[in-house]
Design a protein around this ligand. Structure first.
Ligand SMILES: [Zn+2]
Length: 509
């Protein structure tokens, strides 16, 4: 079988110290095995090089894409594809096509909003049956399971079926098939995992408990706060005069202390069970940062955290009235909060407080977004941005004046290297290394373009980024050695994605 080669003056590799760098290189890979076979570092081979023949690369299979960048495919670990059950909201096909259009070669599907929810093996198999049908997956797809009341005994069978960890809510999730959990249930889950050898020093393998970290303090009635993704028509009983078409009204209903309250609960549980790796999804409030830093650095607890593209790019001050497409939970907060999140991400520390940036792509049908009434309280909460993250972060980093190459390396660290590690795929994805999957992005960092909802591949073409000018264009996406998206051609005819069901390997000490 003939192999292929790609080269550029700027390929994102790791140096001898494990630091990412952009250097000249030629990558030899197989479209057959999908693996990277060899990397000539600091060398761009001429198409006539006998070395190419040594690796069975005919000159017709060799491309030098300079001055464009070759980057590892991104891994978005927080995506709601909603299939089966709410496929009219997104679906495997449109979701994974949106991913590869933006250089995302692996997505990890959240356990909720599809029906049934991924909370036991029977339900998981229903989802897998759909995902494995031909023509469904344009990128690789892994899965999270869910932690809900009463499914403690389902956790180990789900791990054995290939889920990469579990997500639970400390507040209403917004869908009735995915109830929130309390401390007792989380404790039970931790004990179950520990007793079966799943933990930092366990013998069985690796997993992770993740939390939607908003929690209503005990003295506040839950009903006084709208649920995480409220979408049912609600009669608002309020003792103060408020306007549900103002973003501030919604923001006031999800204050920072819901996040800090939840985090305190999680830290206390982690202190009792420090063997279980925990992860906080979609941090929005900068007030959580000192708590997280203390837990990670002073208490040495295994609690990691992610934030999302929208918390880093958007602020509450500029959300227009009635613009319910900006509603998500936890909410987009103030400009000063946004800048604090950026400072945290860019902090030069060997153990960064927030290590990953994800989309939390959570679409729904337009009717549920209360677009006509512009009512933030009744609208479904969720922002669609799968496949836009690279350009969004790149644009913001360039605006901040950061060096262009440094900006790219930061994004690859957060959205490929670190996300791969989070989901236990870092032994074959998230970096350009010999033996790894040949997942690449060919990226033009200079080109600017205006986002148009109509050109997105989401099933529901609704994005808060519509009309925004972004800098950086994904010219091509390669999945396991095969081109699956090219800017001038579109997505490939054949869906080459696969389900990732390999068990997580044991945590390396
Ligand atoms: Zn989510």
């Amino acid at each position: 079988m003939q192999n292929r080669a790609l080269s550029s003056t700027k390929v994102c590799l790791s140096d001898s110290k494990g630091q990412l760098c952009l250097i000249p290189a030629t990558i030899i890979f197989s479209a057959n095995s999908g693996k990277i076979l060899h990397i000539f570092t600091n060398e761009i081979l001429p198409s006539s090089s006998p070395l190419l023949e040594t690796y069975d690369v005919p000159s017709s299979n060799y491309r030098n894409v300079s001055p464009y960048l070759i980057l590892p495919g991104l891994i978005d670990t927080h995506v709601h594809l909603n299939e089966p059950g709410r496929t009219e909201w997104e679906g495997f096909t449109t979701g994974t096509q949106s991913a590869i259009m933006g250089g995302v070669t692996t997505v990890i599907d959240m356990p909720l909003n599809a029906i049934p929810a991924t909370v036991n093996v029977t339900n998981f198999n229903i989802k897998l049956k759909e995902a494995k049908k031909p023509g469904k997956l344009w990128c690789d797809l892994g899965f999270w399971g869910g932690l809900i009341p009463g499914n403690t005994k389902d956790l180990i069978p789900l791990i054995e079926s290939g889920v990469r960890g579990f997500k639970g809510f400390l507040i209403e999730s917004g869908v009735k098939e995915f109830p929130e959990v309390n401390e007792m249930i989380i404790k039970d889950a931790m004990i179950e995992l520990e007793s079966k050898g799943y933990g930092l020093n366990g013998d069985s393998g690796e997993t992770m408990l993740m939390f939607h970290a908003e929690k209503v303090p005990p003295l506040l009635p839950q009903s006084s706060h709208v649920n995480a993704h409220a979408h049912e028509e609600e009669e608002q009983q309020s003792d103060y005069d408020y306007n549900p078409t103002k973003y501030q009204t919604f923001l006031d209903s999800r204050p920072d202390f819901l996040e800090t309250q939840a985090l305190k609960t999680i830290i206390s549980l982690s202190e009792q069970h420090p063997q279980i790796p925990l992860h906080i999804v979609h941090i929005s409030s900068a007030e959580t940062i000192p708590l997280l830093a203390h837990a990670q650095r002073e208490l040495n607890l295994p609690i990691s955290a992610e934030t999302c593209f929208h918390y880093l790019t958007l602020n509450s001050e500029t959300v227009p009235d009635k613009s319910t497409s900006h509603k998500c939970c936890p909410p987009i907060r103030s400009e000063s909060n946004r800048l604090q999140l950026w400072r945290t991400l860019l902090e030069d520390h060997e153990n960064p407080v927030i290590k990953t940036v994800v989309s939390d792509h959570s679409p729904c049908i337009p009717q549920l977004k209360s677009l006509e009434s512009g009512n933030f309280i009744t609208a479904w909460g969720g922002i669609s941005s799968l496949g836009l993250g690279l350009q969004i972060l790149h644009t913001d980093l360039l605006k901040s004046g950061i060096d262009a190459d440094v900006a790219i390396l930061k994004i690859i660290q957060w959205c490929a290297v670190n996300t791969a590690k989070q989901v236990g795929l870092d032994h074959f994805k998230g970096a350009i290394q010999v033996g790894f999957d040949a997942d690449f992005i060919i990226f033009n960092p200079m080109e600017s373009y205006v986002v148009e909802n109509s050109k997105l591949l989401f099933k529901n073409k609704l994005s808060v980024y519509d009309g925004m000018t972004l800098t950086g264009r994904v010219l091509e996406t390669v999945l396991r050695g095969n081109s699956v998206f090219a800017y001038d051609v579109g997505v490939s005819d054949v869906a080459l994605g696969r389900c990732i069901l390999e068990k997580r390997v044991k945590i390396r000490s």
